[in-house]
Design a protein around this ligand. Structure first.
Ligand SMILES: C[S@@+](CC[C@H](N)C(=O)[O-])C[C@H]1O[C@@H](n2cnc3c(N)ncnc32)[C@H](O)[C@@H]1O
Length: 250
């Protein structure tokens, strides 16, 4: 881990540089590190941090102002709802600081939009490489995208994006692009809106109220780039066991 660039993190309502020694200590004492990319209001990350005090949960989003309410809550004493194991980083994933490289035991992308959505749907190198950069070898990447974004009225800025389904993930070449950049796809499935509660996302909750939302879940495992077999990681080996036909739940 580099100690040259400090992470820009939320301390209450303000952005500050995280002391590299403090960052090193936080990592060393964590049983598991979960990185939530595109964390938004960071409520999902906060809930994970509270549920797993032995973990370090890192929320990453360039729109840091949206994270301030959660950052203020997390800064309280633990008895009053504080979460000292939550770190909220201001950054886009394609320019993620070196201090976050190789730290994640799990990477999560919930209900992305903007550049993050385009990056994962089109398999753009800067976004996929950024996601890969934060992951430890063998770490899972869990992506959830609400499929209603492909129903009318479709926002102008995503009209050119192909709809992702378990079939198009393969046919558009996304699986290959992910593999080329170090992500071996392990599972792709559609989850009906009735299971939305299992996706701890503020955004999904908002969509879930009476909506007939179906969510596309994509699970991939961090392998060496251009190592489509991925035999060196146990998690990737189990990915190989999944049937060639992607699973469909609906
Ligand atoms: C719809 S919100 C979802 C927030 C949260 N994951 C949830 O489910 O409640 C999408 C988030 O993706 C973030 N985002 C967009 N482009 C990004 C990028 N390049 N890197 C990291 N985050 C990005 C946006 O700032 C926004 O907060």
């Amino acid at each position: 881990m580099t100690r040259t660039t400090a992470l820009k993190v939320l301390a209450g309502k303000k952005l500050t540089d995280l002391d590299p020694d403090e960052w090193a200590k936080a990592q060393a004492s964590a049983e598991r590190i979960l990185v939530d990319v595109g964390t938004g209001d960071a409520r999902t990350a906060y809930r994970q941090a509270i549920a797993h005090p032995e973990w370090l949960v890192v929320g990453v989003d360039p729109a840091w102002q949206r994270m301030t309410e959660t950052a203020v809550r997390a800064a309280r004493k633990p008895a009053k709802g504080g979460a000292p194991n939550l770190v909220l980083v201001s950054s886009a994933i394609e320019t993620v600081p070196a201090a976050l490289h190789g730290v994640a035991d799990e990477v999560m992308v919930l209900m992305p939009w903007g550049k993050l959505l385009r990056g994962v749907v089109l398999g753009e190198a800067d976004v996929l490489s950024g996601l890969r950069a934060v992951a430890k070898p063998g770490a899972p990447l869990e992506i959830s995208i609400g499929t209603s974004i492909w129903r009318e009225p479709i926002p102008l800025e995503i009209r050119d994006l192909p709809e992702l389904t378990p079939e198009t993930v393969v046919s558009t070449g996304l699986t290959d692009r992910l593999a080329a950049l170090g992500w071996q796809v392990a599972d792709v499935r559609l989850v009906p809106h009735t299971d939305l509660d299992t996706i701890s996302s503020s955004w999904a909750r908002r969509l879930g109220s009476g909506a007939t939302e179906t969510v596309l879940h994509l699970r991939a495992v961090a392998v060496d780039p251009r190592d489509p077999v991925g035999t060196q990681h146990p998690a990737a080996e189990s990915a190989q066991d999944t049937p060639e036909e992607p699973q469909r739940d609906v």
